[in-house]
Design a protein around this ligand. Structure first.
Ligand SMILES: [Fe+2]
Ligand SMILES: [Fe+2]
Length: 133
C-alpha cells in the first residue's frame, strides 16, 4: 500500500497516524506473503486494532472538542471498521487458516483509501477553523 499526497489532511498529528496505519498494513501484507504463520499475522492484527483505536480516539476527541456536526456518523464508521477486523480474526481462528487474511487485506486497503479520501477530508475545514493544525 503506497502512501500518496491525496491522503494528506494537512494536520500533522493525524497525517502521522495515517502513515503509521499504512505502515502496519504493509507489514501485514509482507507477513501474509512470507508464510502463513497465523501467530505472526495475529500479532500484527492486534497491533493494527490497538493503533487504529488510538487514531480514532485522536479524531473523535477533536470532533467532540469542536462540536463537529458529523461526529456520530463518523464515529460509527470507525466502530464498523474495528468490528470488521474482529470478525475476520474470529473467522481466521475458527478456520485455523491464514487464507482469510487475503479478504481482510482487500477490505483494509479499500476502507483506508476510501475513508482517508472521503470522511477524513470532510472534517479538515472544520478542524482548521477551530485552530487544529
Ligand atoms: Fe483517520
Ligand atoms: Fe476517520
Amino acid at each position: 500500500m503506497k502512501w500518496d499526497a491525496r491522503y494528506l489532511v494537512d494536520i500533522q498529528a493525524i497525517d502521522d497516524e495515517h502513515k503509521q496505519l499504512f505502515e502496519i498494513v504493509n507489514r501485514l501484507i509482507s507477513a501474509r506473503s512470507d508464510a502463513s504463520d497465523l501467530t505472526h499475522i495475529f500479532e500484527i492484527l492486534n497491533e493494527l486494532t490497538l493503533f487504529a483505536t488510538k487514531h480514532f480516539e485522536t479524531e473523535e476527541d477533536f470532533m467532540r472538542e469542536t462540536n463537529y456536526p458529523e461526529y456520530l456518523d463518523h464515529a460509527s464508521k470507525h466502530m464498523e471498521f474495528k468490528e470488521k477486523i474482529l470478525h475476520f480474526c474470529q473467522r481466521a481462528m475458527e478456520e485455523g487458516s491464514a487464507d482469510i487474511v487475503d479478504d481482510l487485506l482487500l477490505f483494509l486497503r479499500e476502507w483506508l483509501e476510501d475513508h482517508l479520501q472521503k470522511e477524513d477530508q470532510e472534517y479538515v475545514n472544520h478542524f482548521k477553523a477551530h485552530n487544529i493544525t
